[in-house]
Ligand binder design. Structure first.
Ligand SMILES: C[S@@+](CC[C@H](N)C(=O)[O-])C[C@H]1O[C@@H](n2cnc3c(N)ncnc32)[C@H](O)[C@@H]1O
Length: 233
């Protein structure tokens, strides 16, 4: 492994460029992944700031631009592990362990985030919506989902599975959100079904696709942001 000075990344942090030798014993795809990960300025910045994931910066960048999270708001975080979005949401809504107003769900275990209890269960379980509503103690102002299906190695299958999670999350959001609330969910370029977009456009005053700078340019990942829920009639 060798290190060379690199360019300044986001936040102006200058990182050392790490190279992993081709003869490292790793498979070429793993070697490239590790090299990219170690040289990713968002990974280094999130470690320095104490965030659980580089994904935390996706929410920070979206929220800095769209001003969704406010003190006192109730938030549901679908697909919460390892907890970066929970950390950002808890800090921006000023949630406390005594009166948590952020609740997450994931079937993977994660370390607790103060002010953001997380249910250890599959969001697709029949009783997940009820359990989430119970844990939050009132209707959410924001439903956000960074859920991604486990990768199979077949890109199209992975995208279809994650799209399905996005659709279920969208249906959930319109069934629980407060009027004026927002829905944010991971999706893929060209992936969102027209039926979901139409449903969201009927239920929210504006619907956008957003790609925060922290979402890798070469990735087809996008976020669907539906703002200002009209309410259930
Ligand atoms: C990209 S990660 C989320 C990262 C998170 N936003 C953060 O900042 O740390 C996607 C997560 O979605 C979770 N997930 C995928 N399908 C799920 C499901 N059906 N129910 C609950 N969690 C799910 C995965 O276990 C994974 O932890």
């Amino acid at each position: 492994m060798t290190k060379k000075p690199g360019k300044a990344g986001p936040g102006g942090i200058r990182v050392l460029k790490t190279r992993i030798k081709k003869k490292s014993g790793l498979k070429e795809s793993s070697r490239r992944w590790l090299e990219r990960h170690m040289n990713d300025p968002y990974v280094q910045r999130s470690k320095a700031a104490g965030y659980r994931s580089r994904a935390a910066y996706k929410l920070i960048e979206i929220d800095d631009k769209h001003h969704l999270l406010k003190p006192g708001m109730r938030v549901i975080d679908l697909g919460a592990a390892p907890g970066g979005w929970c950390q950002v949401a808890a800090a921006r809504t000023k949630s406390t362990p005594e009166h948590p107003n952020v609740v997450g769900i994931d079937y993977l275990e994660m370390d607790a985030v103060p002010g953001a209890p997380v249910l250890l269960m599959d969001f697709l379980d029949e009783d997940a919506p009820e359990k989430l509503a119970e844990a939050l103690g009132g209707p959410p102002d924001i439903v956000m989902s960074d859920m991604a299906a486990p990768t199979t190695g077949h890109r199209q299958t992975d995208h279809i599975r994650t799209m399905h999670l996005c659709e279920v999350a969208a249906d959930f959001a319109v069934s629980v959100l407060k009027p004026g609330g927002h829905f944010l969910a991971k999706t893929f370029q060209g992936g969102t079904e027209n039926s979901v977009l139409t449903m969201l456009k009927q239920n929210f005053r504006s619907v956008h696709h957003v790609k925060p700078p922290a979402s890798r340019e070469e990735s087809a990942e996008l976020y669907l942001l539906a703002k200002d829920f009209k309410g259930r009639s």
